[in-house]
Ligand binder design. Sequence first.
Ligand code: HSE
Length: 401
Amino acid sequence: MTDRQKLRLGLFGYGVVGQGLHDVLNSSCGFKAEIVRICVKDPTKPRRLPMKHFTFNRFDILDDDSINLVVELINDPDAAYEIVTEAMRRGKNVVSANKTMIANHFKELVDLQWKHNVSFLYEASAGASIPIIRNLEEYYDNELLHSLRGILNGSTNYILTRMFNENMPFSQALDEAIKLGFAEKDPSLDVDGLDAKYKLCIITGHAYGMFMNPEEVFHYGIRNISTFDIRYAKEKGLKIKLVPYVGKVNANTITSYVLPRFISTDKYLYNVDYEYNGVITEAAFADKQFFSGKGAGGHATGSAVLSDISALSYGYRYEYKKYQQAMVKNYTRDHRIEIYFRYKNDSDRDLLSFEEISEQFSGRSCKYVIGIVNLKRLYEIREMLSSMDIFIINTGRKDIN
Ligand code: HSE
């Protein structure tokens, strides 16, 4: 058995996830790691631990040579970037849950850990309690992964569930998600699909070895969902979920996007409700697999952070196997998807440049079209989409290369 390294932790952030980690660490029987210091921003905020455990100066942790692991659980992605990169430069291993920061500096952070020979783990950054990154690294290392899709944002899934089950208005459901500590400090990251996109980009790095610039990936959230869309889905026996997708279009090319999607009762994601997340992988040999678990919340996220800390004590590091294999070389948005497009003004009808139309409806208050749209077109008009009184849903029936 490998000897476990004794870990002395410097923790950044003591919010929902930081406190969640603390609880999880305290209740863990098999594994003990000592939290030497906790660095927080706000000196006036009441804390549930005596003040002697806290510092407001990041260098009290970064300069302390006895601290061999930095755990970064703060909200601010820019400050997180400074802390994480400085910690690695100083030879400290790092665990982080900051998907915004990781997705926006992915390749650079990978290079930095190689350069300084440290380990940088971030299982909690995508799917919280679902161990998807380590599965992609270890189980799928040699698998031909056709696609991966799922629910990666707990807040939007929580909102959609409350809207569907109780006809709760969007804003009230969002307030609940904020109160429960699921939403980001800026909840538009959740609602507009950016959080899901950042997670998708991290997953893409491990699933296909491609470190995407998030700007290159189309995302569309649930901000503009209406009671009409919900009624339409219910009448057809469907639910609406926010579903990021990444998949191969040929042996060395992938595509990806984040879109709301209709889910029928026979699909795995149908029963993934509230803050739960779910991930479906489709691979050549393992075939279809489904992972599900809590995707937000202090303890669920803390459990993934604990798992990284424990893995680090055995010297675990990601090898980025798919990147090393370099099988996937191209990214394309030339990909056709069947879309439900709800709109109000006739002038908006041709906005998506439908290639084929299979269904249309024109009522007094709302109209919709269902047909094939190219992802390239959605990407072109992405800026205007979120401000218009329209809604777009992937029917899930056809993804055509
Ligand atoms: N705001 C995120 C979510 C938190 O709702 O999924 C977990 O990453």
